[in-house]
Design a protein around this ligand. Structure first.
Ligand SMILES: Nc1ncnc2c1ncn2[C@@H]1O[C@H](COP(=O)(O)OP(=O)(O)OP(=O)(O)O)[C@@H](O)[C@H]1O
Ligand SMILES: [Mg+2]
Length: 251
């Protein structure tokens, strides 16, 4: 038995189903992520990876099933939901920073508005986080004045400012120029090594091999494989995963 078999669960999904109209996008999804685990989600376009992430912090409602974060079911709405959202940090492909606010303001806004932190305290935390992601010297600039990699690191700092229990990343490096991918992956790798529970949709196979404890492969709304990275990359079980790896590793 490994440590993660006994660690308490941070994410639990049981028999989760979701449709968009006729389209069945999550099919009986069962997923348990222990605290501190890093899970990479792979799968072809349209397989449901983003929907899975969005369901976990309730940006998308589900039709049926159970989703729990840290042992508590997802609240439907209201204050409880806002609290839950604060516990689940999310970083998207597009950086989603507020264009008319400085980087520091972007990071301190939610702690002040949602957590009612005093501004001075929030500013101090924001600066520490910007230091941690390596862009403290950009704090007074506006998003458009930063490179894509710097903006994405700011987005990570902004999510961390809420002290989330778990971080979801949906293709955080897909919109970046190649030379900026690594600086973002480095921040994520450090976060993983510090014990953050992470669910990461990415096509960065190096990150999956190095930082993930586990790889989940989705196809047509189903989790088709769930294995250790080594096992997945060297001996995928399903034809669908073999196909996918064939395409992604040769392109
Ligand atoms: N708001 C929506 N309304 C209707 N259909 C949607 C909506 N969002 C996603 N879909 C459909 O649901 C399916 C799953 O989409 P999803 O975005 O989760 O896939 P994905 O695995 O993240 O794909 P990609 O790799 O392209 O990001 C796709 O067929 C998509 O077209
Ligand atoms: Mg997606």
């Amino acid at each position: 038995m490994t440590a993660s078999d006994t660690a308490p669960l941070m994410i639990r999904m049981e028999a989760v189903d979701k449709h968009f109209g006729q389209l069945h996008v999550l099919k009986d999804v069962n997923l348990q992520v222990p605290k501190g685990q890093v899970v990479v989600v792979l799968g072809p376009s349209g397989s449901g990876k983003s929907t899975l992430c969005r369901a976990i912090n309730r940006l998308e409602p589900i039709d049926s099933g159970v989703i729990e974060i840290d042992g508590k079911p997802l609240p439907a709405e209201g204050k409880e939901l806002a609290r839950l959202r604060a516990e689940v940090g999310m970083v998207f492909q597009s950086f989603n920073l507020f264009a008319h606010k400085t980087i520091a303001e972007n990071v301190l806004l939610a702690p002040v508005k949602v957590r009612k932190q005093p501004v001075a305290e929030a500013r101090k935390t924001a600066m520490e986080l910007l230091e941690r992601v390596g862009i403290a010297n950009q704090a007074q600039k506006y998003p458009a004045q930063l490179s894509g990699g710097q903006q994405q690191r700011a987005a990570i700092a902004r999510a961390l400012a809420m002290r989330p229990k778990v971080m979801l990343f949906d293709e955080p490096t897909s919109a970046l120029d190649p030379e900026m991918v690594q600086e973002v992956l480095d921040v994520m790798t450090t976060l993983a090594s510090e014990g953050m529970t992470m669910l990461v949709v990415t096509h960065e196979m190096g990150f999956a091999r190095k930082a993930a404890n586990r790889v989940i492969f989705m196809s047509d709304g189903e989790i088709v494989e769930d294995s250790a990275p080594d096992e997945f990359f060297t001996a995928p079980k399903s034809g669908r995963a073999k196909d996918f790896l064939g395409k992604i590793l040769t392109h």
